[in-house]
Design a protein around this ligand. Structure first.
Ligand SMILES: CC(C)(COP(=O)(O)OP(=O)(O)OC[C@H]1O[C@@H](n2cnc3c(N)ncnc32)[C@H](O)[C@@H]1OP(=O)(O)O)[C@@H](O)C(=O)NCCC(=O)NCCS
Length: 165
């Protein structure tokens, strides 16, 4: 049994590790191991994750197994205009195809009830993620020659419209 809950400070080390492993696995084949390791170590350092937890505009969730280990993580951020970006969604490979990723997505959506849409940026070539997002109602709305978050590689902006209450 795996449950989704808000991330706390106690999860920082586990989430930092999960992100480091997931980035290396996912992005090294696309943009090279060295660049990925450097970026991930910088962006996912425990101090950075601790700062994000304090940020009222960011919401972080974890998927916790019955034994207390962390199988997945999602973080969404709201900008000054109220637009919400799903900034991160990572699950362990053992959980691929299990429905855990959609449970995390739903937790993010439930926490932002009433927003008209949610967007995300995905690196071009991350075909599994792109297929996952398409399956869950996201459409490509823009292509950027260089991603903000992942170095100089091209990325896609995908957006899912949400039914208004
Ligand atoms: C992205 C992620 C959260 C999706 O969760 P998941 O459980 O793997 O997703 P699902 O299995 O439900 O859906 C993936 C779909 O892509 C398909 N797929 C797998 N590899 C593929 C590929 N190389 N090309 C195209 N489609 C692919 C799968 O068959 C599946 O579709 P199906 O359900 O119709 O068979 C998860 O794979 C993950 O954590 N990946 C690593 C981190 C990551 O890339 N995060 C996104 C950052 S923006």
């Amino acid at each position: 049994m795996t449950r989704i809950r808000a991330m706390t400070r106690n999860d920082i080390a586990d989430v930092s590790r999960l992100l480091g492993q997931s980035w290396r696995r996912t992005y090294a084949p696309i943009m090279g191991g060295e660049a990925v390791a450097r970026l991930s170590d910088e962006k996912h350092a425990p101090e950075r994750l601790a700062e994000e937890l304090e940020d009222e505009d960011k919401m972080s969730f974890v998927a916790e197994r019955a034994d207390g280990s962390i199988a997945g993580y999602a973080m969404a951020a709201m900008d000054g205009k109220g637009d919400v970006m799903l900034e991160r969604l990572h699950i362990e490979p053992q959980a691929f195809g299990s429905g855990l990723a959609v449970d995390l997505l739903h937790a993010v959506l439930a926490a932002h009830a009433g927003i008209p849409s949610i967007a995300l940026e995905v690196v071009e070539g991350n075909d599994r993620a792109i297929a996952f997002y398409r399956k869950h109602g996201f459409e490509v709305v823009e292509r950027r020659p260089a991603a903000h978050g992942v170095g100089d590689h091209a990325s896609l902006i995908m957006r899912r419209m949400l039914p208004m209450a």
